[in-house]
Design a protein around this ligand. Structure first.
Ligand code: CA
Ligand code: CA
Length: 388
């Protein structure tokens, strides 16, 4: 399929029904053109893609604000909001971060009472600690109208690196703050309960361990390599995770469980070496819902459950960097498996860092073409809106 791009108004035939084999084909390409052929053209969904706003530098997180605006973090530290009707950008400010390699300003989440007296934004970012050590932390940032107040760290000294920092934040329906952190390029940390690296954390809104956490610490799950996407769907947490040269993962996150890294890659099938099977058995490892080799570098994830695109209802949507596409994984009714994964807009927009489902059923994508690994176009990085 070949498509002529016109950013002001562009209608694309989105690809539905791509097989897993086709997914792998798409993962090989970066930018330029689609390499996937739809296998069931009758199931196609026609979506219009438009650029809502551009001129960003490495979009990291898109979130729908309590003010019905799209909030945006950029890796260098800027926080903005965008009017979804006009595309007008309001810069709220910039945090001091250490934008080193893959690190910098990353995920954000709103206090559940943001609109009713607790106007706090939570953000995760990489920073330079005493002696120059690279660390990650979570800040609670007061928002005063259209400006940012003085941030308060609620968790700091999480191991960081120029690679594998994570990090995504989400507030659950339980009003607790979930945070993903990567292994900070030290694979031994992911299995260690003494380190917050390579973990998904569950925190009270003040940054302390959430009541009832397994083991009483901040750790909710362990054995993660570099999880960059978190979302709640029907009350259950799901995460995307970067594998090494193989086995990117989509995981269903269960309290207290072990997701295997570095001893297990993807499924418990022996491809990580002879010891993988015995490690799986000894540690009751959770296998991913889906995995990808060659890798696609999955990042932001959201849940689509709106009538505006009926074919997508009940699906996890996630973006890929290397794969440069929007992936759709239809979630089974019980939430414990996914159906045939589809690839949409492969190679059309370059590297994609995040996806946001708006309350009106529109889908927004954030590009990451200025992150040092992409091929930026004139409007990059940009926010793209998809609607039928
Ligand atoms: Ca795993
Ligand atoms: Ca394996």
């Amino acid at each position: 399929m070949s498509v002529t791009l016109n950013w002001s108004s562009m209608t694309l035939r989105s690809l539905v029904g791509a097989t897993l084999a086709a997914v792998s084909l798409s993962a090989c390409g970066k930018g330029g053109q689609t390499s996937v052929t739809p296998t069931n053209p009758g199931g196609d969904v026609a979506l219009t893609a438009t650029t809502l706003a551009g001129g960003f530098d490495t979009i990291w997180d898109l979130a729908w604000g309590p003010d019905a605006q799209i909030w945006v973090t950029e890796r260098g530290g800027a926080i903005s909001r965008v009017n979804p009707a006009t595309g007008a950008i309001t810069r709220l400010g910039a945090l001091t971060v250490n934008e080193i390699g893959e690190g910098g300003l990353m995920g954000m989440a709103f206090h559940p009472d943001f609109a009713t007296g607790s106007p706090f934004l939570y953000v995760a970012h990489t920073y330079s600690a005493a002696g120059g050590a690279v660390r990650n932390r979570i800040l609670r940032v007061p928002v005063n109208g259209s400006s940012l107040g003085v941030p308060t760290p609620i968790l700091d000294d999480v191991p960081g690196s120029s690679i594998h920092n994570g990090s995504r934040l989400v507030v659950g329906p339980d009003r607790l703050l979930y945070a993903s952190f990567g292994d900070a390029a030290n694979t031994a940390l992911s299995q260690s309960t003494a380190s917050l690296a390579g973990k998904i954390l569950r925190l009270a809104l003040d940054g302390q361990a959430a009541p009832g956490n397994p083991g009483g610490s901040r750790i909710f799950t362990r054995g993660h390599r570099n999880p960059q996407g978190l979302v709640f769907a029907r009350g259950t947490l799901y995460a995307t995770e970067h594998g090494p040269g193989d086995n990117d993962e989509l995981n269903r996150i269960e309290a207290g469980r072990n997701y295997g890294w570095p001893d297990v890659r993807g499924r418990c099938d022996g491809d990580a070496g002879m010891s993988e099977l015995s490690f799986c058995t000894a540690n009751n490892i959770v296998e991913p819902l889906a995995h990808w080799t060659p890798t696609i570098a999955p990042s932001g994830i959201d849940f689509y459950d709106h009538a505006r695109i009926p074919e997508w209802r009940g699906s996890l949507l996630f973006t890929t960097l290397k794969g440069s596409a929007l992936y759709r994984a239809p979630l089974a009714t019980d939430g414990r498996s996914v159906g045939t994964v589809e690839v949409h807009f492969g190679g059309q927009f370059g590297r994609l860092r995040d996806v946001l489902v708006a309350p009106d059923g529109a889908v927004y994508l954030g590009t990451s073409n200025r992150d040092g690994r992409g091929t930026p176009q004139s409007q990059d990085d940009r926010i793209i809106r998809l609607v039928p």
